[in-house]
Design a protein around this ligand. Structure first.
Ligand code: IPM
Ligand code: MN
Length: 351
């Protein structure tokens, strides 16, 4: 297969982890006879520095014309401590999601047998956890009307959803549930929020189209609690943008390190694959960050092209690297501390 992949390394540890994913993908391409053409493009603080904005038009052109986008991370502390900054790296990410129509963010959480005792949660609680969040990504409070009143002393961000926005996300949730254990949980706050009542109503109306799927409706606060108590009781969870942002960070703790979980963003056209972690500026340039979340995102990318064997080969190599203790410093309890690039080299050699 001929694949055109937009490569958006971004900020902080982004370029380092992306390099490892590229090595692994190139090794897979060689083994399975694919041709990958990488199209690097600027985003985030790196793009602000170069051209003054975080998601330039040239980058968008490259992304819409690619078969998929592989993305590193975005964000720089220089902007975090300056609330008055008009242009921020994160705006690039939001603009990209919106312009590419990436409305469904797929964030799996699973455990690795060799890391089960690395999680701060007890083994018996997390064993067997294999759940997927479908987070709505282009609506809600992230994209609602916002502003200041009262001479800047009052601020507001509004949360808006249309029935259609809920429906298209929920449809992906039902479809995913059908390929798994046919359990779907709709996470909302319908006891308080009007948008949540619209979510619930919309999902309820869809139940008849998927008679085999067992649907549960749970409040977000209760899910936050049960997620650390009995994560293995969940399968597919659908939720709105902000709830999904918070719950998926919480869920990432289950696997043992923030540096492990991949994600895919699906939508109208081009799909995007990225680790769920951020730009981790403290580690930038140190060749110490964990590249596995990005490498596993590349595995999701191959799966997105229906190249299942390729995806499986990457996942198996990752599992072996963990079993053999070829790990970065965040996982040093299960092995020796290797450099980011050494883990990438090992994986590329072992896929
Ligand atoms: C994420 C990130 C982003 C989000 C930030 C960087 C805007 O936290 O992808 O989860 O909140 O969506
Ligand atoms: Mn987040």
């Amino acid at each position: 297969m001929k694949l055109n992949i937009a490569l958006l390394a971004g900020d902080g540890i982004g370029p380092e982890v992306i390099d490892q994913a590229v090595k692994v993908c190139d090794a897979i391409a060689e083994k399975y006879d694919h041709q990958i053409s990488w199209k690097p493009a600027l985003t985030g603080a790196a793009a602000i520095d170069a051209v003054g904005e975080p998601y330039p038009d040239e980058t968008h052109e490259i992304c819409v014309n690619a078969d998929a986008v592989l993305f590193g991370a975005i964000g720089h502390p220089r902007f975090d401590n300056d609330p008055s900054a008009k242009v921020r790296p994160e705006q690039g990410l939001l603009k990209m999601r919106q312009k590419l129509g990436l409305f469904a963010n797929v964030r799996p959480t699973f455990t690795f047998p060799s890391l089960i005792d690395k999680s701060p949660l007890k083994r018996e609680r997390i064993q067997g956890t294999d759940l997927v969040f479908l987070r709505e990504l282009t609506g809600g409070v992230y994209f609602g009307k916002r502003g200041r009143e009262d001479n800047g002393n009052t601020a507001y961000d509004t949360c808006t959803y249309t029935r259609e926005e809920v429906r298209r996300l929920a449809k992906k949730g039902f479809e995913l549930a059908m390929t798994r254990s046919k359990k779907l949980c709709c996470v909302d706050k319908a006891n308080v929020l009007e948008t949540s009542r619209l979510w619930r109503e919309t999902v309820q109306a869809m139940e008849k189209d998927y008679p085999e799927v067992e649907v549960a409706y749970e409040f977000v606060d209760a899910v936050a609690m049960r997620l650390v108590q009995w994560p293995n009781s969940y399968d597919v969870l659908i939720t709105e943008n902000l709830f999904g942002d918070i719950l998926t960070d919480e869920a990432s703790v289950i696997s043992g390190s923030m540096g492990l979980m991949p994600s895919a963003s699906l939508g109208i056209k081009t799909k995007l694959y990225e680790p769920i972690h951020g730009s981790y500026p403290q580690a930038a340039g140190k060749n110490s960050a964990n590249p596995l979340a990005t490498v596993l995102s590349a595995a999701m990318m191959f799966e997105g092209f229906d190249l299942k064997e390729e995806a499986q080969a990457i996942r198996e190599a990752v599992n072996r690297s963990l079993e053999e203790g070829v790990v970065t410093e965040d996982l040093s309890e299960v092995g020796k501390s290797y450099k980011t690039s050494e883990v990438g080299d090992w994986l590329a050699k072992n896929v």
